[in-house]
Design a protein around this ligand. Structure first.
Ligand SMILES: Nc1ncnc2c1ncn2[C@@H]1O[C@H](COP(=O)(O)OP(=O)(O)OP(=O)(O)O)[C@@H](O)[C@H]1O
Ligand SMILES: [Mg+2]
Length: 321
């Protein structure tokens, strides 16, 4: 009996360790930004849209993460929840220790004022038209009662628009306006910066400058940055990009640099499918199409990998019957 008990305890311990390892280790839920099984359902006139279907995401403090995905995949829904503008239907979303589900109105206000900065796609939504660049950056500081001398100019310098400090938005280019918007979003020294398609209305060269500004503030201020983009060019410049498909994180691309045998720096790109805590993963659409996979597949465990094969079709099941 005693030995049976200890065997059971042993099994449970091993199962727990395996579950933790499968989920990415015990500290998986200790990131600066953590979404776990995040769900957002919109109900309009009796129709339900499940915009997020159990989304998992962990972002470390100080990381610069790109999020890519087709239109309607849930990118903005996720950013709106993370920035405290919208509330999830279920699941966990935690940023800088703030639990975003069920947060009181007062706490939400504090969260939005102190913890997050936001840059919108529409340049006109980020800046007040009748204020200069410098006044736009000073405004959030004044509202928070914490105006620090020179801070506005330091931020404008960091994003590379010092020369336009006295210009109004309509006197600046689209790229200058968005870089100025980055400075505005950082005025009150937030811990995280969210940007939803900040380069969506810009040409490629200008988009690169805006992205350069995001990289600079990430490196200089250590602010955690999550940027949603359609631009694969931009996504190709970050260490980690995650792809959202149908309201879930589906895959992830990691880039790292290593010194090759000939002494030169080589960039290594690795693509991963995301495995959730229940062991689910999403096959890339191209793989599904290439083998005409449908309804069910066969899985075989090999010593160091898992094989996925087309399952028998319904017809052949009927034939056998
Ligand atoms: N307020 C809302 N009411 C109803 N449905 C919504 C609402 N907001 C988003 N949706 C739906 O949720 C899904 C995800 O939308 P979301 O805006 O997050 O996509 P997205 O990835 O940001 O797309 P895009 O690249 O076009 O900006 C879509 O089907 C959308 O129609
Ligand atoms: Mg969007």
């Amino acid at each position: 009996m005693g030995s049976a008990d200890s065997t059971l305890a042993d099994l449970e311990r091993r199962a727990a360790a395996r579950a933790a390892a499968r989920a990415g280790g015990q500290d998986r839920l200790s990131g600066h930004i953590v979404c776990d099984g995040l769900v957002r359902i919109f109900r309009t006139e009796g129709v339900e849209v499940v915009a997020l279907q159990g989304l998992d995401l962990v972002v470390d403090r100080g990381e610069l993460l790109a999020v890519v995905g087709a239109s309607g995949s849930g990118k903005s829904t996720m950013l709106n929840i993370l920035s405290g503008l919208d509330e999830p239907t279920a699941g966990m979303a935690r940023v800088a220790g703030y639990e975003l589900l069920g947060m009181s109105a007062r706490k939400r206000l504090e969260y939005r004022r102190r913890i997050v900065g936001f840059v919108w796609q529409q340049t006109a939504r980020n800046l007040l038209p009748y204020l200069t660049a410098r006044e736009n950056v000073e405004l959030p500081m004044r509202l928070a009662g914490s105006r620090k001398r020179d801070r506005a100019m330091e931020l404008l310098d960091m994003v590379g628009v010092t020369g336009r400090a006295d210009a109004r938005p309509d006197q600046m280019s689209g790229g200058e306006q968005q870089r100025c918007a980055v400075a505005v979003a950082l005025a009150n020294d937030p811990e995280v910066l969210f940007a939803d398609e900040p380069t969506g209305e810009l040409d490629e060269a200008t988009a690169d400058e805006v992205f350069g500004a995001l990289r600079t503030v990430n490196a200089e201020l250590g602010v955690t940055v999550v940027v949603v983009t359609h631009d694969m060019n931009v996504a190709g410049h970050v260490r980690r990009a995650v792809a959202i498909r149908d309201g879930k994180t589906a895959s992830e691309v990691r880039r790292s640099a290593r010194i090759g045998a000939d002494g030169t720096e080589q960039h290594v790109t690795e693509e991963y499918a995301v495995l959730d805590r229940a062991g689910r993963l999403q096959l890339p659409a191209a793989f599904v199409e290439a083998l005409s996979l449908r309804d069910r597949v066969r899985l075989n465990l090999e010593p160091d990998h898992v094989e996925v094969r087309p399952g028998s079709s319904d017809r052949s099941v009927e034939d056998q019957a």
